[in-house]
Ligand binder design. Structure first.
Ligand SMILES: Cc1ncc(COP(=O)(O)O)c(C=O)c1O
Ligand SMILES: *[C@@H]1O[C@H](CO)[C@@H](O)[C@H](O)[C@H]1NC(C)=O
Length: 496
């Protein structure tokens, strides 16, 4: 009898905490959006009949010779809804995004069309960077090694791997990555987003291939899936029964019209979902892929380094062998504090990607200092630097995550996701409250960012907090008491 995720967790469902939206909150949310939309249409109408202010008339005139950047709804949304809270987004920072970050203050004189810096900066506790293992920063052994690589190689490589851009540091990076993950080989790319969007089309393609994609998969996966030209079916988030039903349906009825069998079926999931904080039920997904003869693509952008006893991600967390996953993908932009992405797996897979991927053949290879940052941080996590600081970082992160999540739940907030996930979505539902909580926390020197519709469904607006090993207990306590205070004022403690 094979183990399932439920057995491992002693019968508890890992997604038990995706509580449903309270009815009243849902009501307010729909009402808020309805009012915002109504005023949006009214403002658009006024703009159309030429009653707009002199300033926006000038703006419109300047833009009229350009191709419209957004579809009509995107443009409507950006102009009339997002702009109202855009001062909480894209705030300029002027220090490394460690546990604390310096944020430049700014004001707007034209309702968020333009901003002016006030010249003041504010040191904030940072809840918004993916700095899980505290490898972001401007000092320490990684920075020293990186500075050395910078002196040796310079910043840019100015050629592709296949032309004159194949440095020994790239070889070292790929060998270290494969060793870290416990697989045969790995290939690395200069950008995480492109690792998905440009490599999925090299793995599947054409109408004979079927992609089964989780509904909460990242935009880079969605783009890659669409570029591949395969048939795409979306299954409910982390829902094993729905996945099995879709797999069974695909096997029994085959391709549309001809009913020929599928050439290839690829299941794409993430380790930790970045908007939900949920951990993929990997044991069950692996069981299904074996049962139905499908392939599995696992994106570990947010789980690699941040999950598992030795930071080896979601496979270690569930006790699945890394070789049971056909395609291991991840990025270096989170736990490793660097840039870029990897795909790892069998020699055959990696050789195929090396030869055919657009991002190895047509894109410049990774900057050497960036490669060095990844190598150094990875070696620290593996303990190959001769210290136990890697282990300590992993332990600190795990302790911080459990403490922070438990305290939030105890206060009565609705928090999505698994108790062990460093991505902590705190549900605020109503868009106005999302803006208010960002502003109130910023006033209290805490930087965090909300995700609302269309990044989430209409009724599940949230702030997304990223816990780091760099956060001290005092910082977390400060944050918790501020959130509690603001939560009382904004009536956010929905599960009390
Ligand atoms: C699951 C997932 N995959 C891929 C990416 C893209 O990676 P990058 O930001 O490193 O380009 C992200 C980014 O947040 C992500 O969350
Ligand atoms: C880069 O160099 C290494 C070591 O010399 C070699 O094994 C590898 O095949 C080269 N890569 C490419 C893409 O040519």
């Amino acid at each position: 009898m094979e183990r399932s995720c439920k057995d491992v967790q002693g019968g508890r469902e890992s997604d038990r905490c995706h509580e449903s939206t309270p009815l009243l909150a849902a009501w307010w949310t729909y009402l808020s959006f309805a009012i915002l939309m109504m005023f949006g249409y009214l403002r658009d109408f006024i703009r159309r009949i030429g009653l707009e202010t002199k300033h926006s008339a000038l703006e419109q005139n300047r833009m009229k010779d350009f191709v419209p950047l957004y579809s009509s709804f995107d443009g409507f949304y950006a102009k009339n809804i997002f702009k109202r809270l855009s001062h909480c987004y894209g705030r300029p920072i002027c220090s490394p995004p460690t546990a604390e970050v310096d944020v430049l203050e700014r004001t707007s004189y034209d309702e968020n069309c333009h901003f002016r810096l006030t010249g003041k900066k504010r040191r904030c506790i940072n809840l918004a960077s993916f700095n899980y293992l505290d490898f972001v920063g401007n000092e320490g052994p990684c920075v020293e090694a990186t500075a050395h690589a910078l002196q040796q190689y310079g910043v840019g490589v100015c050629s592709t791997r296949q032309e004159l851009g194949n440095c020994s540091i790239h070889e070292e990076l790929e060998k270290t990555t494969a060793r870290f993950l416990g697989v045969d080989d790995a290939v690395t790319f200069g950008m995480g987003f492109c690792t998905n969007s440009l490599n999925i089309p090299v793995l599947v393609g054409g109408k004979g291939c079927l992609l089964l994609s989780d509904e909460k998969n990242h935009a880079s996966i969605v783009l890659g899936a669409r570029l591949s030209g395969s048939v795409i079916k979306v299954f409910k988030h982390n829902d094993i029964d729905d996945l099995e039903e879709k797999l069974r349906g695909a096997i029994t009825s085959g391709r549309p019209r001809t009913h020929w069998p599928w050439r290839k079926i690829l299941i794409i999931v993430e380790g930790i979902y970045s908007m939900e904080g949920s951990i993929v039920k990997l044991l069950d997904v692996v069981r299904l892929k074996n049962k139905y003869g499908a392939y599995l693509y696992l994106d570990e952008a947010h789980s690699m380094g941040a999950l598992g006893r030795t930071g080896r991600g979601v496979t270690e967390y569930w006790g699945v062998g890394p070789r049971d996953v056909d395609i291991m993908m991840g990025t270096f932009t989170k736990s490793f504090g660097a840039f870029g992405g990897y795909i790892a797996g069998s020699k055959r897979l990696i050789n195929h990607l090396r030869a055919y991927s657009y991002s190895t053949t047509y894109a410049c290879s990774m900057s050497a200092p960036v490669a060095q940052q990844i190598i150094s941080s990875m070696k620290i996590i593996m303990g190959e630097d001769g210290t136990n600081t890697g282990k300590l970082r992993i332990m600190r992160l795990a302790t911080n995550v459990r403490y922070f999540r438990q305290r939030l739940r105890a206060m009565g907030f609705i928090v999505y996701g698994d108790d062990n996930s460093a991505v902590v979505p705190l549900l605020v539902f109503v868009p106005g409250k999302a803006q208010a909580i960002m502003e109130e926390l910023f006033e209290r020197n805490i930087a965090c960012v909300a995700g609302i519709f269309p990044a989430t469904s209409i009724t599940t607006g949230r702030i997304r907090i990223f816990i780091s090993a760099a956060h001290t207990r005092e910082m977390l306590d400060t944050v918790l008491s501020s959130i509690s205070e603001v939560g009382d004022r904004l009536q956010l403690k929905y599960s009390l």
